[in-house]
Design a protein around this ligand. Sequence first.
Ligand SMILES: [Zn+2]
Length: 285
Amino acid sequence: MSMLGLKIDVDTYWGMKNGVPSLLQTLKEFNIKGTFFLSIGPDNSGRAVLQLIKNPLFVKKMMRTNAPSLYGWKTALYGTLLRAPMIALSFPQIVNDIIAAGHEVQFHAWDHRRWQDELPHKSEKWIREWFDKGIAGFEKMTGKKPTAFGAPSWLIDDRVLAIIKNYKFDYLSCTRSKTPFIHEIANTLDIPSDLPCFEEIDAQKGVLIISDLLKDGKTHVLPVHAEVEGGIFQNQFRELLKKALSMNIEVVPLKAIKDKLDIKTLSVRKYKMELLPGRHSPCAV
Ligand SMILES: [Zn+2]
């Protein structure tokens, strides 16, 4: 039986508060489990305004996805005019609900926005503190250390991989590669998101495009965002799940894919950065 892994990223306060409960309801109805990658610390989404000035591709993406309606206007002000609220740390009950429902919970970010916009300019000390604060917050809420990390916006560099080594994660999900591999510097498995997400493709044809890619009978990972599939694209997401299940595909958390992998057969290599269709900045592949 082929598998479809659900990599569900929670990037914002809005997504944690509204998107996660909506997704939990959907997954419950379909009786399936996924992996939630949580942003723990401040929601500095409003700082994205700075990207409008710097990156024309970002403007294009914001217009295509109608970002203000996607995240609400308040989100657009967090970290600028409004104080940045904590994301997962503000909702311990929702974190408990995810765990109680039997889903896998892992670490996505301390400050998602700053990583995604400023990582190349930050020091190694900043990166270390970012992990330390995020993992401490994660542990406070779940009682455990995370065993996996998914980098915000699939953005990593060599320094990040060297630092990651210290945390001894069982696996990473930091790339958009087509198949799993071992990261050279971190010597750690990567289970990539190989499928496109709804925000990257034509919204009307999204279900068709993604379900077509599932037809090869191989294992795939779908990147899901609490803000998107738990918000305006919830109906399309349900339709896609229905399609996958009707194709006899087993929908699983990423750890289930990890358990089935034969690590010895995977290639050990360095990631590359690549600008994928529908994205405004390069991703690791
Ligand atoms: Zn994210």
